[in-house]
Design a protein around this ligand. Structure first.
Ligand code: S3P
Length: 429
């Protein structure tokens, strides 16, 4: 599918991005192995939700849709309540599904296999298979355990101390989930902070988990189901924040956005660039901070984005690269080599798209360098089959002169099926 977008003379309105994908995935998985019943509302939308729910249902989890859109009722059957799937599990395009569900499968008393789509089967899995096997799991994968399909044989896990080679919340969560079943304590040392939704949710479910600085320790414990109202996705909101900040006549409001500090790197970066962002109505819902954000036309300036903040802004780097095209001066993104192993190689996909739109951008091995020119020219660009690249290109279309056509725009369905509808709504407002 193609979408053709041109820049409206103003961007105004209220936008409601879907429920947060990371929190939704954890709420579904952890409640399925807890005791009791949980109601989850404002669950994320899109193909990644289908992938996670499909895997959990195939494992015998009792999940039913509630009366309201985005509501799910989960009957938790405890840590040992899952059953052997009768077919290969399919995580589709979702790295979070594959890595979190693998933590679960590695600890079961039954055999299972998990695979994914053409992108996911080439994303690195050694980062999870190595520590899981150190814990006593029987996990194998293609090319010496590097890639899916992954197979799991019954095993008994033991706690380990492990220093993670990458600051990945998916790896951390995989190990935390496995450690719920392990004998003895598991200690995880992180190179730097990444999203901590798993730790927060496990704490609220009564798990035996402690975090101190970059170290997390956890030992086996039963969990209690918790109701969760999922905040709007911080990463989904970022597209609209950038649209408003970079357009010369814009003001939008996004309500109930997740403001977990391990996710708000994008707001910190935009503020450092001089963005007009106002955060109001702050509150805490279900252990997660939320707020409304008002974003309006801004005079951005180029900065360096590197180091500790990268894992907290990892999904927003393509849209920040777009914002940098409208900033005064040079923006450098460094230490972001993880972008190369996302749903696409997001460094080359971003550079390819923005170059086609006449940006002054150079690819670096671990990031990119952008000279802000304050304008882009419409062109034909491609989603590279990646939802975040599709949406970054859609926002570029709102900002560029002339018409921008986004090929394979349906990739946005992975996390934000209403994205194009929302975009046309604010375009017409
Ligand atoms: C996610 C963690 C991040 C992020 C992904 C979702 C999660 O991946 O890119 O979209 O829900 O844990 P890594 O933790 O592997 O960087």
């Amino acid at each position: 599918m193609n979408q053709t977008i041109s820049s409206p003379h103003k961007i105004v309105g209220e936008i409601s991005p879907p429920g947060d994908k990371s929190i939704s995935h954890r709420a579904a998985l952890l409640n399925s192995i807890a005791n009791g019943t949980a109601k989850i509302s404002n669950f994320c939308e899109g193909d990644d939700r289908t992938s996670m729910m499909g895997c959990l249902n195939s494992l015998g989890a009792e999940i039913t849709e509630g009366k309201i859109d985005g509501e799910f009722i989960i009957q938790g059957n405890g840590l040992q309540g899952l059953s052997e799937p009768t077919n290969v599990l399919n995580a589709g395009n979702s790295g979070t599904t594959m890595r979190l569900v693998s933590g679960l499968l590695s600890a079961q008393k039954f055999y299972s296999v998990i695979t994914g789509d053409d992108s996911l089967r080439f994303r690195p899995m050694k980062r999870i298979t190595t520590p899981l096997n150190l814990m006593g799991a029987q996990v194998s994968g293609r090319e010496k355990n590097a890639y899916a399909p992954l197979t799991f044989n019954p095993s008994n896990l033991k706690g380990i101390e492990y220093s993670m080679p990458v600051a990945s919340a998916q790896l951390k969560s995989c190990l935390l989930i496995a450690s719920l079943y392990a004998q003895g304590k598991t200690i995880i040392n992180q190179p730097s902070n990444s999203r901590d939704h798993t730790e927060r949710m496990l704490k609220s479910m009564g798990s035996n988990i402690q975090s101190e600085g970059l170290q997390i320790s956890i030992s086996s414990s039963e969990l209690n189901c918790v109701d969760v109202h999922i905040p709007c996705d911080t990463s989904g909101s970022a597209f609209w924040l950038v649209a408003a900040c970079c357009h010369s006549n814009a003001k939008i409001i996004i309500k109930n956005v997740g403001m977990n500090p391990t996710r708000t790197g994008v707001i910190e970066v935009l503020k450092m660039m001089g963005a007009n962002l106002v955060v109001t109505n702050e509150s805490v819902q279900g252990g997660e901070p939320v707020a409304d954000i008002i974003a309006s036309s801004s005079n951005l300036k180029g900065i360096e984005i590197s180091g500790e903040i990268i894992p907290r802004v990892v999904d927003e780097l393509p849209i920040l690269a777009l914002a940098s095209c409208f900033a005064d001066g040079k923006t450098t993104i460094k230490n972001a080599e993880e972008l190369r192993v996302k749903e696409s190689d997001r460094i080359s996909a971003t550079v390819d798209s923005l170059k086609k739109l006449s940006a002054s951008i150079t690819e670096l091995p671990d990031g990119m360098e952008i000279n802000g020119t304050g304008m882009l020219s419409g062109a034909k660009v491609d989603s590279h089959g990646d939802h975040r690249i599709a949406m970054t290109n859609g926002i570029a279309g709102l900002l560029a002169d002339g018409e921008t056509t986004i090929q394979n725009s349906e990739a946005a369905n992975v996390s934000y099926p209403n994205f194009w509808k929302e975009l046309s709504k604010i375009q017409k407002a």
